[in-house]
Design a binder for this molecule. Structure first.
Ligand code: ADP
Ligand code: MG
Length: 306
């Protein structure tokens, strides 16, 4: 059995030439080359290696769908119905997701747990629009993203999802505020507005006095705070955190969990993937994966009340 859906297309070249003022990282004074590979996303470091995650060259957004002001009430942020994912590896294949149904409402804080190989990363890639299902349906804030093109998925990711990764994924050469503004560069937001929003996001995570610091001049916990600010700067429907404390000492872990707690309290929908029970305990709801299936879900155990 192979993946019967469209696979995201491989990207064309190593760089994109950005010439328009709205897309240029330095305000359009000179032609500047930006990497095609979205620097925010991991470079295939996980088991379910992320398919070439690339943003469209110039002219974001692609306007495949009109922008919406957040998720309407009553529409779940995540609505995954009977999702399967099969990886074809040579003559054999692995069914990493075997029929996963999951709804997450606006404002929920959910931890996804499970042993290694249970399908957490695969599920995260689906939920984050980094990969597509083999069968089933995935609606993100009511929008069916099950069979979208790579270009449209990139636009949905940029507009609706804020990512936080274990490795922070910050660009070492850029000061904190430049890292935070990056999703807005890709969204085509004007330079002055980008800077204002980046600095406001850094203030929100308690780093107002570090906006000009480069990642190497910040502690691990502070770097992850910058990554959280970057995740929030686009005002996303969903904050998706994959082992966000995996590289942090216990004090910084508490710090980042408190920050994600604040993000949730301020009304954000947060999905956190972890294999650590004490990290999962920070969330209001825990979904446990096993062998490509949801084994249990505290929301269901509680009688379906989320
Ligand atoms: N790109 C891939 N190609 C083939 N098999 C994969 C790929 N990614 C993951 N798998 C397999 O799918 C299953 C689930 O993997 P994964 O989603 O990474 O689990 P987890 O994140 O819970 O450790 C595992 O059996 C893994 O070996
Ligand atoms: Mg994993």
């Amino acid at each position: 059995m192979t993946d019967d859906r469209r696979r995201p297309a491989a990207a064309a070249g190593p760089d994109v030439e950005v010439t328009s003022a709205s897309c240029s990282a330095d305000g359009g004074h000179a032609t500047r080359r930006l990497p095609v590979m979205d620097p925010i996303l991991p470079l295939g470091g996980t088991a379910a290696s992320t398919p070439a995650v690339r943003l469209p060259a110039v002219g974001m957004p692609t306007a495949a769908t009109p922008p919406t002001a957040g998720t309407p009430d009553g529409v779940p942020v995540i609505d995954l119905a009977d999702g399967t994912k099969t990886y074809a590896t040579g003559p054999s294949s692995v069914q990493a997701l075997r029929g996963v149904t999951l709804q997450v409402d606006r404002g929920e804080y959910v931890a996804i747990m499970g042993p290694s190989g249970s399908g957490k990363s695969t599920l995260m890639h689906i939920l984050g629009c980094l990969d597509v299902l083999s069968s089933g349906t995935y609606r993100l804030s009511g929008q069916d993203v099950s069979a979208m093109s790579e270009v449209d998925l990139a636009e949905v990711r940029n507009r609706r999802i804020g990512f936080v990764f274990q490795q922070f994924n910050l660009l070492a050469s850029l000061p904190a505020w430049r890292n935070v503004e990056l999703p807005l560069v890709y969204a085509g937001v004007e330079r002055r507005v980008r800077r204002e929003r980046a600095i406001a996001a850094l203030e929100r995570v308690g780093l107002a006095d570090r906006v000009e610091h480069r990642p190497g001049e910040l502690s691990g916990g502070q770097q992850q705070r910058v990554a959280v600010a970057r995740a929030l700067v686009t005002d996303p429907d969903l904050v998706l955190a994959d082992e966000p404390t995996g590289n942090l000492d216990s004090a910084s872990t508490d710090d980042i969990l408190a920050l994600l707690g604040d993000v949730h309290t301020q009304g954000r929908t947060v999905v956190l993937i972890t294999h650590e029970a004490d990290v999962a305990a920070a969330a209001r709801r825990t979904v446990r994966m096993r062998d490509g299936l949801i084994q249990d879900d505290t929301a269901v155990l509680a009688g379906g009340v989320r």
